[in-house]
Design a protein around this ligand. Sequence first.
Ligand SMILES: NC(=O)c1ccc[n+]([C@@H]2O[C@H](COP(=O)([O-])OP(=O)(O)OC[C@H]3O[C@@H](n4cnc5c(N)ncnc54)[C@H](OP(=O)(O)O)[C@@H]3O)[C@@H](O)[C@H]2O)c1
Length: 263
Amino acid sequence: MELGLKNKVALVAASSRGLGKAVAWSLAREGAKLVICARNKKVLEETADEILMETGVTVFPLAIDLTDAERIDWLIRETLDLFGKVDILVTNAGGPPPGDFIELNENDWKKSIELTLMSVVRLTRAVIPAMKEQKWGRIIHMASASVKQPIQGLFLSNAIRPAVIGLTKSLSQELAPDQITVNAVCPGYFSTNRVKELLRNKAKQSKKSVEQIEKDLISQIPLGRMGNPEEFGYFVAFLASERAGYVTGTSFQIDGGFVKGLM
Ligand SMILES: NC(=O)c1ccc[n+]([C@@H]2O[C@H](COP(=O)([O-])OP(=O)(O)OC[C@H]3O[C@@H](n4cnc5c(N)ncnc54)[C@H](OP(=O)(O)O)[C@@H]3O)[C@@H](O)[C@H]2O)c1
């Protein structure tokens, strides 16, 4: 299937590693031009070079911290200056730290709300005028399977991410007349640095080996394995494409069957 992504301009946030990088790759393979971002400039530039070398698409790496509101405005201005438009926005960021309620302080909450919710609000708000003007847009918010089934030990994610889903649904109604779709993607467990770190953290707390913790986790995934980030990237590329034009206001879990609820 031809996805119709050739020469679309995509801004993929938090995309030097992990799921964001996989999304950037999959869009680039379909011919989309990219702006990618993350804090570590060196790793980000290496990722941009890798993508450029393999796909030949234009990739601009712009180093920013997504908790900095002014830098987000700068990022969008730069994207518009470089390409004159932005067709696709994928909001992503690092995950909030693990912890049970009793362990989390005021600062943990404030920092996590800035990273997990406010970065989404700011990125989305900043791209809307340009998308409205061209009467076409795809906004895809990164969430987590935790919005469908809270995950033990990830209290901040469980509590804050549902706000992103509320934003996704409300915004989809508001932007539909301008042919801008807004959806959320909810990964289960993919093999990335973040998940490796969470496994190590859990192993330390429970005094089990990392291998045992991983085995226990995989036993809860009906497909019997963690996802490969590429599998996530392909799904997002479809959602970002011309072909998904009638899909809006929906949250998709991509989780190998991990979430046991009906919806
Ligand atoms: N992997 C999974 O299975 C899974 C499941 C559910 C939810 N999620 C969520 O999906 C998101 C991505 O996860 P991942 O597994 O891909 O994580 P990852 O492998 O740790 O990658 C995180 C990416 O985000 C960037 N980043 C982190 N904090 C940032 C900040 N403040 N400003 C700008 N960029 C930042 C990192 O680069 P720098 O460090 O250089 O900034 C890196 O490129 C997270 O929110 C995570 O909680 C992941």
